[in-house]
Design a protein around this ligand. Sequence first.
Ligand SMILES: *Cc1c(COP(=O)(O)O)cnc(C)c1O
Length: 320
Amino acid sequence: SGTAALHLALILAGVHAGDYVICQSMTFSASANPIAYLGATPVFIDSETSTWNMDPELLEEAILNLAKKSIKPKAIIPVHLYGMPAKMNELISIGEKYNVPIIEDAAESLGSTFKSKATGTYGSMGVLSFNGNKIITTSGGGALISDDISFIEKAQFLATQARDNAPHYQHSKIGYNYRMSNILAGVGRGQMLVLEDRILQRRRINNWYRSFLSGIAGVNFQSEPNEEYYSNFWLTAITISPELTGKTREDIRMNLSADNIESRPLWKPMHLQPVFKKSPYFGNGVSDKLFEHGLCLPSGSNLTGVDQERIKDSLLNIIN
Ligand SMILES: *Cc1c(COP(=O)(O)O)cnc(C)c1O
């Protein structure tokens, strides 16, 4: 799974109990849980307003603040939320400046690129997910990617129960059963052939939502800041300003729900999660606002024309 891949990535980055790992706050809990598996402490960083991902200024502030307490974080985990590439230029240069490796959580962004280079390939390691809800799927699964062959070899060793090179079963390290089954790997190879199509379908759905919502004051889309960013638009996400629309996010979500259309609030940031309430957090209020006002719209690549008409009618009925 993507979660297992992240767990392995953190082990390879040398994370041990008592260490600190920096993580984007605005994400799914799987980005942060593996930090806790290792007994390390997550340090959560808020988002910037353009991509909704890790704010580089707050990242640097956090590193400097930890340094005052003689703490050097072991890794930085930015996320490409809903497929939108994070500000990788800035994040990578901060990682290099302070010599902290970046592990990209690209679980939602397979096929997205920044400056024509795939998300997940900027950091020293990257994590993909093929869970059932992702843009392509093996029903459950994931991958750890890196161009450092020593990481890959160690990951393969740990993911297959850490078996030493001996004819009998011998173990000098604790291993994991994190290997993907060959049947699911076969499904994944088939899915790779349709990835380009799926991305185009998701981007078409995103454009379709924009065609009737982007003119409405108070409705804002998560958007590519400029042509350097290319999102797979895994999910189309909007924010609703109640002052301008006269409606709250919940008004809209409940109205869709009454019409039997599922939509969801954005991820609840990790710094607001009961389980992480004691973790350090560097914030600016952006992810709190995204959580309060944000909505993920139905974005499946299998939406039919009839589905789309129903969604459009329901949205325009409540917003107008
Ligand atoms: C889905 C997801 C994961 C975890 O992937 P699994 O394959 O479900 O373990 C990690 N991070 C993010 C941001 C995700 O959306």
